[in-house]
Design a protein around this ligand. Structure first.
Ligand code: GAP
Length: 486
């Protein structure tokens, strides 16, 4: 019953077979680092994003201090553009510092991330690591900025250059003043955003784990400087709890605090929430979400200009004329706290999650294999996705046992009724065992079957995905049952 059999190959094969995830532009041979979500995948990912939004934003109760939080706080959302003023990325530091080191092979023209050379493959045969063929000719490591460049307007000259955002966070920082002045939020409060981000990764890999186009679910939480460490601890724990509440097992999740040398220059605390993805060697974990204490770095950067570290201080980087190397907006982004009558630049705690990595982790966790008896009692192996019902793409599948005796009509009526509330699927083709198995692979928590008895006593069979147990239930009780279990 465990998911120990969830190898990456099996998860990828299931995603393709059942229409969760396809390679982008597959009929043209695909394009590295881009993935499309199929009919089931789009529902799963939407459910993950909706659960995040509901649990973090729209369902948040700001009238009382919720468990574990240092105080009451507010939460609001934003939806900002992918292309922003290019100065945003200069002031934020991405223009100068958002790069990976790469090495090229002058012989085969392949490019490798400098820190991944040892676990990369040279594209030539026989397969060897880069540098291992006699005529491999690797360059020294060089910098490669990960931002995708584009042009805004008709002129393709440097004045029209812009970037696809590599994170959603900056759209939040540059709107801080707008949100404070138009909504009734008061520090402490968070602004959340879900949206696409783009990074021209040198070596996209491990299915959707490292893609070039992906979605982030980010919160920028603004608080008074002296309370920031308490809020940092709160958000770390809250976010781990969110994953476990939706089914990620705690032994496969870990919270890893970064050492001082691993943190970004602006951060005074970063912890990664990591998951034991099956493509990693046993005992290793991959980043699912980062929770960072970003101090006042972002708001100050957008006021004063790009900041650099000078000992314990963050100071504006200056050019040879003593001017900011990358000026900020010059707008006052400080906050006046009317309860303490003080003015300060809020500190920021940032829980930054990837919707695609979360989708992959939930898929890997849910994948399992077991054996269940078929109609003749013979054990048959099955693949089952044990997704949390909140995340399952389809909540209920409705089947007529046979295609006569009015069963399809009765089943369709139940389907239409439940469809008003949930994503429900109707299927009348193939043996009932095969129909169940197909839904098990899709992660559908419940199947409802209309049979001979239905027209006699108004009951149907309700089958539960994980246990395969069946019970008879009145059609009139179905909605109540599902309300309780979904
Ligand atoms: N604003 C902070 C920030 O963007 P990050 O650690 O670079 O921090 C946050 O990214 C999250 O975004 C990661 O934990 C991961 O879930 C997701 N992410 C980052 N790069 C990704 C990529 N190339 N493919 C898929 N997801 C990615």
């Amino acid at each position: 019953m465990s998911n120990e059999k969830a190898t990456m190959e099996k998860v990828v094969a299931l995603c393709k077979r059942r229409g969760f995830i396809f390679q982008s532009s597959e009929i043209y041979g695909g394009i590295g680092g881009f993935w499309d979500y199929g009919p089931l995948g789009v529902e799963l990912k939407r459910n993950i994003k909706e659960a995040w939004w509901r649990d973090m934003v729209s369902g948040h109760d700001d009238t009382q201090t919720i468990d574990g939080a240092p105080a009451r706080y507010g939460m609001v959302g934003l939806d900002t553009t992918i292309i922003m003023h290019p100065q945003v990325w200069k002031a934020s530091g991405h223009f100068d510092m958002f790069y990976d080191m790469f090495v090229d092979c002058r012989t085969c023209k392949a490019r490798f991330r400098a820190d991944h050379v040892q676990d990369s493959q040279c594209p030539r045969k026989p397969s060897k690591k880069p540098g291992e063929h006699g005529d491999c000719d690797l360059t020294d490591p060089r910098e490669f900025n990960l931002m995708f460049k584009t042009y805004v307007g008709a002129l393709l000259d440097p004045t029209a250059e812009a970037y696809l955002r590599p994170e959603t966070a900056q759209g939040i920082f540059v709107n801080f003043k707008n949100v404070v002045s138009t909504s009734r939020v008061k520090v402490p409060f968070g602004i959340a955003q879900i949206g696409k981000s783009f990074r021209n990764e040198i070596t996209p890999r491990n299915f959707t784990f490292r893609s070039r186009e992906f979605e982030q679910m980010e919160i920028e939480f603004f608080c008074a400087p002296e309370t920031s460490h308490d809020w940092y601890a709160y958000w770390r724990d809250r976010r781990v709890e969110w994953y476990t509440s939706l089914g990620l097992k705690s032994e496969k999740l870990q919270l890893r605090e970064h050492g001082p040398n691993e943190r970004a220059h602006y951060s005074c605390g970063t912890a990664d929430i990591e998951y034991a993805f099956p493509f990693l060697p046993k005992g290793e974990f991959g980043e699912l979400e980062g929770v960072s204490h970003r101090s006042d770095f972002d708001l100050r950067s957008h006021m004063e200009g790009k900041l650099v570290r000078d000992g314990d201080e963050l100071v504006v980087e200056r050019n040879e004329h003593g001017q900011p190397r990358h000026p900020g907006s010059g707008k006052d982004l400080s906050y006046f706290d009317d309860t303490t009558q003080t003015k300060y630049v809020p500190h920021v705690i940032e829980p930054s999650a990837g919707a695609d990595r979360a989708t992959l982790a939930f898929l890997c966790e849910a994948y399992s294999e077991d054996a269940i008896p078929d109609e003749k009692g013979v054990p048959q192996e099955r693949v089952v996705l044990r997704l949390h019902p909140r995340l399952a793409p389809v909540k209920v599948a409705i089947f007529p046992l046979i295609k006569k005796e009015g069963q399809p009509e009765q089943a369709a009526e139940i389907y239409r009724d439940l469809k008003r509330r949930w994503n429900v699927f109707y299927d009348e083709k193939g043996s009932i065992g095969k129909r169940y198995r197909r839904q098990d692979e899709s992660g559908t928590p419940f199947c409802v079957t209309v049979d001979h008895q239905t027209s006699v006593d108004g009951t149907v069979t309700l089958r539960e995905r994980d246990t395969t147990e069946q019970q008879r239930i009145k059609i009139t009780d179905l909605t109540g049952f599902l309300e309780e279990h979904l």
